[in-house]
Design a protein. Sequence first.
Length: 255
Amino acid sequence: MIKVIKAEFMKNIKRKDILAMLLISILLPFLVTYLTNSGSVVKSSLKTPLENTFVIAFFMGTMLFPLLSIVCSANTLSREIENGSIRLILAKPVNRRQIFIAKFIILLCLCLVGLIFTFLSSYFSGILFFGLKKAPLLSRNGNVLIPIWKDILFTYILGFLGLLFCSSITLFISCYFQPSVSILVPLIILIFSQALESKKQLRYFLPTYLYQFSSTGLYSNEPIKEGLINMAMLAVYIVLLLIFGIIRFERKDFV
Protein backbone atom coordinates (compact mmCIF):
# COMPACT_ATOMS: atom_id res chain seq x y z
CA MET A 1 0.00 0.00 0.00
CA ILE A 2 2.84 2.38 0.85
CA LYS A 3 4.41 1.76 -2.57
CA VAL A 4 1.09 2.61 -4.26
CA ILE A 5 0.80 5.86 -2.29
CA LYS A 6 4.42 6.74 -3.09
CA ALA A 7 3.82 6.09 -6.80
CA GLU A 8 0.71 8.31 -6.75
CA PHE A 9 2.65 11.04 -4.94
CA MET A 10 5.50 11.00 -7.46
CA LYS A 11 3.02 11.08 -10.33
CA ASN A 12 0.95 13.97 -8.95
CA ILE A 13 3.62 16.19 -7.40
CA LYS A 14 4.50 17.75 -10.79
CA ARG A 15 0.91 18.36 -11.93
CA LYS A 16 0.33 22.00 -12.87
CA ASP A 17 -3.12 22.21 -11.25
CA ILE A 18 -1.80 20.94 -7.91
CA LEU A 19 1.19 23.29 -8.02
CA ALA A 20 -1.17 26.15 -8.90
CA MET A 21 -3.41 25.37 -5.91
CA LEU A 22 -0.44 25.37 -3.53
CA LEU A 23 0.96 28.56 -5.08
CA ILE A 24 -2.40 30.31 -4.73
CA SER A 25 -2.64 29.23 -1.09
CA ILE A 26 0.69 30.96 -0.46
CA LEU A 27 0.42 34.12 -2.58
CA LEU A 28 -3.27 35.03 -2.48
CA PRO A 29 -3.36 35.69 1.30
CA PHE A 30 -0.70 38.39 0.80
CA LEU A 31 -2.82 40.05 -1.89
CA VAL A 32 -6.02 39.91 0.18
CA THR A 33 -4.20 41.21 3.25
CA TYR A 34 -2.76 44.08 1.22
CA LEU A 35 -6.26 44.97 -0.07
CA THR A 36 -7.66 44.72 3.47
CA ASN A 37 -4.93 47.00 4.80
CA SER A 38 -5.46 49.58 2.06
CA GLY A 39 -9.25 49.36 2.38
CA SER A 40 -9.60 49.91 -1.36
CA VAL A 41 -11.44 46.67 -2.17
CA VAL A 42 -11.67 44.48 0.93
CA LYS A 43 -12.86 46.16 4.13
CA SER A 44 -12.49 44.49 7.50
CA SER A 45 -12.13 45.56 11.12
CA LEU A 46 -10.04 42.44 11.83
CA LYS A 47 -6.51 43.79 11.59
CA THR A 48 -4.19 41.64 13.67
CA PRO A 49 -2.14 38.72 12.27
CA LEU A 50 -4.29 36.13 14.07
CA GLU A 51 -7.57 37.75 13.06
CA ASN A 52 -6.30 37.97 9.50
CA THR A 53 -6.42 34.17 9.31
CA PHE A 54 -10.24 34.43 9.63
CA VAL A 55 -10.53 36.97 6.82
CA ILE A 56 -8.47 34.80 4.47
CA ALA A 57 -10.25 31.59 5.50
CA PHE A 58 -13.63 33.16 4.74
CA PHE A 59 -12.45 34.72 1.48
CA MET A 60 -10.85 31.53 0.14
CA GLY A 61 -13.15 28.98 1.73
CA THR A 62 -16.45 30.29 0.40
CA MET A 63 -15.90 29.11 -3.17
CA LEU A 64 -12.29 29.51 -4.35
CA PHE A 65 -10.64 26.68 -2.43
CA PRO A 66 -13.54 24.24 -2.99
CA LEU A 67 -13.29 24.99 -6.73
CA LEU A 68 -9.54 24.35 -6.77
CA SER A 69 -10.04 21.17 -4.79
CA ILE A 70 -12.71 19.93 -7.21
CA VAL A 71 -10.53 20.63 -10.28
CA CYS A 72 -7.52 18.84 -8.79
CA SER A 73 -9.66 15.88 -7.71
CA ALA A 74 -11.32 15.53 -11.13
CA ASN A 75 -7.93 15.42 -12.83
CA THR A 76 -6.71 12.78 -10.37
CA LEU A 77 -8.94 9.99 -11.70
CA SER A 78 -11.29 10.96 -14.54
CA ARG A 79 -8.40 12.37 -16.60
CA GLU A 80 -6.62 9.00 -16.36
CA ILE A 81 -9.80 7.21 -17.37
CA GLU A 82 -10.32 9.56 -20.31
CA ASN A 83 -6.79 9.26 -21.73
CA GLY A 84 -6.61 5.52 -21.07
CA SER A 85 -3.61 5.62 -18.72
CA ILE A 86 -5.72 3.97 -16.00
CA ARG A 87 -5.48 0.68 -17.94
CA LEU A 88 -1.69 0.78 -17.65
CA ILE A 89 -1.98 1.32 -13.91
CA LEU A 90 -4.46 -1.54 -13.52
CA ALA A 91 -2.14 -3.85 -15.47
CA LYS A 92 0.26 -3.77 -12.52
CA PRO A 93 -0.11 -6.33 -9.69
CA VAL A 94 -2.05 -3.95 -7.43
CA ASN A 95 -5.74 -4.25 -6.57
CA ARG A 96 -8.14 -1.48 -7.47
CA ARG A 97 -9.06 -0.67 -3.89
CA GLN A 98 -5.47 0.27 -3.07
CA ILE A 99 -5.28 2.53 -6.12
CA PHE A 100 -8.48 4.37 -5.21
CA ILE A 101 -7.49 4.76 -1.55
CA ALA A 102 -4.02 6.01 -2.58
CA LYS A 103 -5.64 8.70 -4.74
CA PHE A 104 -7.89 9.68 -1.84
CA ILE A 105 -4.89 9.94 0.52
CA ILE A 106 -3.03 12.16 -1.97
CA LEU A 107 -6.05 14.48 -2.15
CA LEU A 108 -6.34 14.46 1.66
CA CYS A 109 -2.69 15.54 1.91
CA LEU A 110 -3.25 18.22 -0.72
CA CYS A 111 -6.19 19.69 1.23
CA LEU A 112 -4.22 19.61 4.47
CA VAL A 113 -1.05 21.15 3.03
CA GLY A 114 -3.06 23.80 1.17
CA LEU A 115 -4.78 24.90 4.39
CA ILE A 116 -1.53 24.90 6.37
CA PHE A 117 0.08 27.11 3.70
CA THR A 118 -2.97 29.39 3.76
CA PHE A 119 -2.89 29.77 7.54
CA LEU A 120 0.85 30.47 7.67
CA SER A 121 0.70 32.85 4.72
CA SER A 122 -2.29 34.66 6.30
CA TYR A 123 -0.50 35.03 9.62
CA PHE A 124 2.81 36.25 8.19
CA SER A 125 1.11 38.60 5.73
CA GLY A 126 -0.79 39.96 8.74
CA ILE A 127 2.52 40.66 10.49
CA LEU A 128 3.88 42.30 7.33
CA PHE A 129 0.94 44.68 6.82
CA PHE A 130 -0.52 45.09 10.33
CA GLY A 131 2.52 44.58 12.56
CA LEU A 132 2.78 42.41 15.65
CA LYS A 133 -0.55 43.44 17.11
CA LYS A 134 -2.08 41.27 19.81
CA ALA A 135 -5.44 39.73 18.95
CA PRO A 136 -8.33 39.89 21.45
CA LEU A 137 -8.94 36.83 23.60
CA LEU A 138 -12.52 36.47 22.40
CA SER A 139 -13.85 36.29 18.87
CA ARG A 140 -17.40 36.87 17.66
CA ASN A 141 -18.93 33.89 15.90
CA GLY A 142 -22.24 35.16 14.58
CA ASN A 143 -23.97 36.43 17.74
CA VAL A 144 -21.79 34.52 20.20
CA LEU A 145 -18.38 35.30 21.73
CA ILE A 146 -15.96 32.36 22.00
CA PRO A 147 -12.19 32.05 22.69
CA ILE A 148 -10.29 33.06 19.57
CA TRP A 149 -8.15 29.91 19.55
CA LYS A 150 -11.30 27.77 19.40
CA ASP A 151 -12.67 29.90 16.58
CA ILE A 152 -9.47 29.44 14.56
CA LEU A 153 -9.25 25.71 15.32
CA PHE A 154 -12.85 24.98 14.35
CA THR A 155 -12.68 27.23 11.28
CA TYR A 156 -9.69 25.38 9.84
CA ILE A 157 -10.75 21.86 10.85
CA LEU A 158 -14.17 22.36 9.25
CA GLY A 159 -12.47 24.00 6.27
CA PHE A 160 -10.24 20.94 5.88
CA LEU A 161 -13.22 18.56 6.11
CA GLY A 162 -15.10 20.74 3.62
CA LEU A 163 -12.27 20.51 1.09
CA LEU A 164 -11.99 16.78 1.70
CA PHE A 165 -15.74 16.44 1.09
CA CYS A 166 -15.34 18.29 -2.23
CA SER A 167 -12.46 15.99 -3.17
CA SER A 168 -14.37 12.86 -2.11
CA ILE A 169 -17.54 13.64 -4.05
CA THR A 170 -15.50 14.61 -7.13
CA LEU A 171 -13.46 11.40 -6.92
CA PHE A 172 -16.69 9.40 -6.65
CA ILE A 173 -18.30 11.19 -9.62
CA SER A 174 -15.08 10.69 -11.62
CA CYS A 175 -15.84 6.96 -11.67
CA TYR A 176 -18.86 7.75 -13.87
CA PHE A 177 -18.07 10.82 -15.97
CA GLN A 178 -15.36 12.64 -17.91
CA PRO A 179 -13.36 15.48 -16.26
CA SER A 180 -15.59 18.38 -17.35
CA VAL A 181 -18.71 16.73 -15.90
CA SER A 182 -16.80 15.63 -12.81
CA ILE A 183 -16.04 19.30 -12.16
CA LEU A 184 -19.46 20.66 -13.08
CA VAL A 185 -21.61 18.30 -10.97
CA PRO A 186 -19.89 19.00 -7.60
CA LEU A 187 -20.00 22.74 -8.34
CA ILE A 188 -23.74 22.55 -9.00
CA ILE A 189 -24.19 20.61 -5.74
CA LEU A 190 -22.30 23.32 -3.80
CA ILE A 191 -24.25 26.15 -5.45
CA PHE A 192 -27.60 24.51 -4.68
CA SER A 193 -26.41 23.72 -1.15
CA GLN A 194 -25.57 27.37 -0.55
CA ALA A 195 -28.90 28.49 -2.00
CA LEU A 196 -30.82 26.20 0.37
CA GLU A 197 -29.07 27.24 3.59
CA SER A 198 -32.01 29.43 4.58
CA LYS A 199 -34.19 26.30 4.86
CA LYS A 200 -33.97 25.28 8.51
CA GLN A 201 -35.06 21.69 7.85
CA LEU A 202 -32.26 21.15 5.31
CA ARG A 203 -29.50 23.27 6.80
CA TYR A 204 -27.81 20.54 8.83
CA PHE A 205 -27.47 18.27 5.79
CA LEU A 206 -25.95 20.89 3.48
CA PRO A 207 -22.16 20.69 3.03
CA THR A 208 -21.70 24.44 2.48
CA TYR A 209 -23.32 25.13 5.87
CA LEU A 210 -21.46 22.31 7.61
CA TYR A 211 -17.95 23.43 6.64
CA GLN A 212 -18.36 27.17 7.32
CA PHE A 213 -17.90 27.65 11.06
CA SER A 214 -18.66 31.37 10.76
CA SER A 215 -22.30 30.46 10.03
CA THR A 216 -22.93 28.38 13.15
CA GLY A 217 -23.14 31.33 15.56
CA LEU A 218 -25.89 32.87 13.43
CA TYR A 219 -28.22 29.93 14.05
CA SER A 220 -27.08 28.55 17.40
CA ASN A 221 -26.11 29.85 20.84
CA GLU A 222 -23.65 26.94 21.16
CA PRO A 223 -21.35 27.20 18.11
CA ILE A 224 -18.77 24.80 19.58
CA LYS A 225 -21.35 22.05 20.02
CA GLU A 226 -22.75 22.86 16.59
CA GLY A 227 -19.25 22.73 15.10
CA LEU A 228 -18.62 19.27 16.54
CA ILE A 229 -21.89 18.01 15.06
CA ASN A 230 -20.91 19.53 11.70
CA MET A 231 -17.55 17.74 11.86
CA ALA A 232 -19.29 14.42 12.50
CA MET A 233 -21.73 14.98 9.62
CA LEU A 234 -18.93 15.85 7.18
CA ALA A 235 -16.90 12.84 8.33
CA VAL A 236 -19.90 10.56 7.66
CA TYR A 237 -20.34 12.05 4.18
CA ILE A 238 -16.63 11.57 3.40
CA VAL A 239 -16.55 7.95 4.61
CA LEU A 240 -19.70 7.05 2.66
CA LEU A 241 -18.36 8.67 -0.52
CA LEU A 242 -15.07 6.82 -0.08
CA ILE A 243 -16.84 3.46 0.39
CA PHE A 244 -19.19 3.96 -2.57
CA GLY A 245 -16.28 5.23 -4.69
CA ILE A 246 -14.23 2.12 -3.96
CA ILE A 247 -17.18 -0.15 -4.80
CA ARG A 248 -17.81 1.65 -8.09
CA PHE A 249 -14.11 1.74 -9.03
CA GLU A 250 -13.72 -1.99 -8.36
CA ARG A 251 -16.70 -2.84 -10.58
CA LYS A 252 -16.07 -0.37 -13.42
CA ASP A 253 -15.10 -1.74 -16.83
CA PHE A 254 -12.24 0.30 -18.32
CA VAL A 255 -12.11 -1.50 -21.66
